[in-house]
Design a protein around this ligand. Structure first.
Ligand SMILES: *Cc1c(COP(=O)(O)O)cnc(C)c1O
Length: 297
């Protein structure tokens, strides 16, 4: 099994009284601290794909992502570590100046191919790009192996301590892994970060095999859609950092933590609940905004 030797994720208690007014306790699984480059949930979703690619003696991984993609960054880094080539199909026309994330993956040897938004949506792979020695990973690592890998992000957690596990959902792959791994006593809550729940529901339908698991999606925390980050969300991120010293990202974890606090405030959880909030990383994506936007990096 290929191993990136990441730090072991630890759970940090959320103790700020203003955050937990109603007799609940909460801890944050700090996957953002696992590694300076490959933070969060992305390595977990990749690990079994990389293992299979190596077993099948593939030479290169090809995958998809946007200009600030955490998935491309983790893929480029992992491929370099394991001696695989990497290529990315990037959403949108090639810009005159590459985003910092794309510069970083480029410097790790990832080859970039830009697709128009329409071609990207249809996942139109340029002809002759893919050969027999290439291994394709779907956008966001969606698929059986991605879900199995995501399930391992709970390996270091004493799960019976928690009544609820809450995570952000993009494709829903991570959520599906968590639902598969969590004990029956645990309720799982997904916070969609985009308006179209269809993909997430489909992922859960296909890849959650344990039909008696307790889970739900709470769809009111997308802030207008994927990667939308109104000023009020940015203010929340700074205030949350001041109170907890936990940095969040504009696409996923800010919306997750906002949702958690809003739910606690509105008595969503019974007194005595113990929440585990999954900090799935991704803070590097904040570089898409001016550094002065945030009181943290
Ligand atoms: C990709 C990502 C997610 C969403 O993961 P899915 O498995 O696609 O639902 C959540 N948080 C962060 C920081 C991510 O980069």
């Amino acid at each position: 099994m290929p191993d990136l030797h990441l730090e072991k994720a630890h759970c940090q208690e959320l103790t700020h009284p203003a955050l937990l007014p109603k007799g609940c306790e909460a801890a944050v699984l700090r996957l953002d601290l696992l590694h300076p480059i490959v933070s969060g949930n992305k390595w977990f979703k990749l690990r079994y794909y990389i293992e299979q690619a190596l077993q099948q003696q593939k030479k290169r991984i090809i995958t998809f992502g946007g200009a600030w993609s955490n998935h491309l960054l983790a893929t480029a880094y992992a491929c370099k570590q394991f001696g695989l080539g990497s290529a990315a199909l990037v959403r949108g026309e090639r810009p005159t100046v590459l985003s910092q994330t794309l510069q970083q993956v480029d410097s790790m040897g990832m080859k970039l191919f830009f697709l128009s938004r329409e071609d990207y949506r249809q996942k139109k792979i340029p002809e002759q790009l893919v050969t027999d020695s290439d291994y394709l990973i779907d956008e966001g690592g969606v698929g059986e192996l991605g879900v199995q890998g995501a399930a391992t992000l709970l390996d270091s957690v004493e799960m019976q301590r928690y009544s609820h596990i809450i995570c952000a959902a993009g494709t829903g792959t991570t959520l599906a892994g968590i639902i598969s791994a969590a004990p029956q006593t645990c309720s799982i809550i997904g916070i969609p970060v985009l308006n179209d729940l269809g993909t997430i529901e489909q992922t859960l339908h296909w890849y959650v095999h344990n039909k008696s698991a307790k889970w739900q999606l709470l769809p009111n925390y997308a802030w207008g859609g994927y990667a939308k980050h109104p000023p009020a969300l940015l203010s929340f991120m700074n205030a949350f950092y001041e109170q907890t010293k936990i940095p969040t990202d504009i696409v996923y974890t800010s919306k997750l933590f906002y949702a958690c606090l809003h739910l606690v405030e509105n008595n969503f959880f019974d007194p005595g609940s113990r929440l585990l909030i999954i900090h799935s990383g991704g803070v590097q994506g904040n570089r898409s905004l001016p550094a002065a936007t945030f009181c943290f990096t």
